[in-house]
Design a protein around this ligand. Structure first.
Ligand SMILES: NC(=O)c1ccc[n+]([C@@H]2O[C@H](COP(=O)([O-])OP(=O)(O)OC[C@H]3O[C@@H](n4cnc5c(N)ncnc54)[C@H](OP(=O)(O)O)[C@@H]3O)[C@@H](O)[C@H]2O)c1
Length: 211
């Protein structure tokens, strides 16, 4: 698929390298001039290329958003027309003071994005763990893969994203509509509080066990 990454830092680069390695056509958007993260990501894989923001987004079927949450609105508002009809994978998290929810748990960052881009199909994914797990999703010794919980209102968009989650080494677990994004953002805060603040090693994930 033709994929575009807006944001090529710790999260964006890890996923872009994996998806390019899986044979997808991956373009890194130069989300701002002279972006050090884009240059560093390009150096990691000859399969990656970059382009200015609008030309990078235009041909993409799926756009990954992996920027600081506070940058989202300013970056994407001018792209509303270009993003119409596309799938936007929201990897961002609104984080507030003291590792609280950045929107006071009133609504999710993904719902704010969906309201900003009503003709784009927003899917929230790749948010519930630290980037270390996107770099290396392997948990040897278990016969299940780490679960990647994802949500969105458009079934066809989720059907497009699920194989990408799989290609990144996770079991895709569809948890429902975008209304679930708030709960995924709280799961993120749980992980962040356990690991970044609580001192547990980042190699900890959730798995889906079924019977
Ligand atoms: N870190 C994690 O473990 C993790 C895990 C899951 C989700 N997330 C979420 O994923 C998002 C990205 O996190 P990250 O850790 O990958 O951040 P990061 O390493 O700091 O990378 C951020 C990316 O966004 C770009 N960027 C920063 N400010 C921008 C702006 N104002 N306009 C345009 N581009 C801008 C940066 O470009 P430059 O090179 O120009 O700075 C870089 O490519 C965040 O919303 C975070 O909450 C993070």
């Amino acid at each position: 698929m033709r994929l575009c990454f807006v944001g090529a830092g710790k999260v964006g680069a890890a996923l872009a390298v994996r998806l390019a390695g899986a044979g997808h056509d991956v373009v890194l958007a130069e989300s701002r001039e002279g972006s050090a993260s884009v240059a560093a990501a390009l150096a990691r894989s000859p399969a990656l290329r970059s382009a200015p923001l609008a030309p990078a987004v235009a041909p993409a079927e799926i756009v990954f958003l992996a920027t600081p949450y506070a940058a989202n609105e300013g970056l994407l508002s001018p792209l509303a027309e270009a993003l119409a009809g596309k799938v936007l994978v929201d990897c961002t998290n609104p984080v507030g003071p003291g590792l609280s929810h950045g929107l006071q748990s009133q609504r999710s960052g993904s719902q704010v994005l969906q309201a900003l881009l009503p003709r784009t199909r927003v899917v929230k994914a790749f948010t519930i763990y630290g980037y270390e797990n996107f770099e290396d999703p392997a948990y040897p010794g278990y016969d299940v893969r780490p679960a990647m919980l994802f949500c969105g209102d458009a079934p066809a968009a989720k059907a497009d994203v699920a194989p990408l989650i799989d290609a990144c080494g996770f079991e895709p677990v569809d948890v429902g509509g975008l209304v679930q994004a708030l709960h995924l953002e709280h799961m993120t805060l749980l992980w962040v509080r356990m690991v970044r603040a609580g001192g547990q090693p980042p190699g900890i994930v959730w798995a889906a066990l079924r019977r």
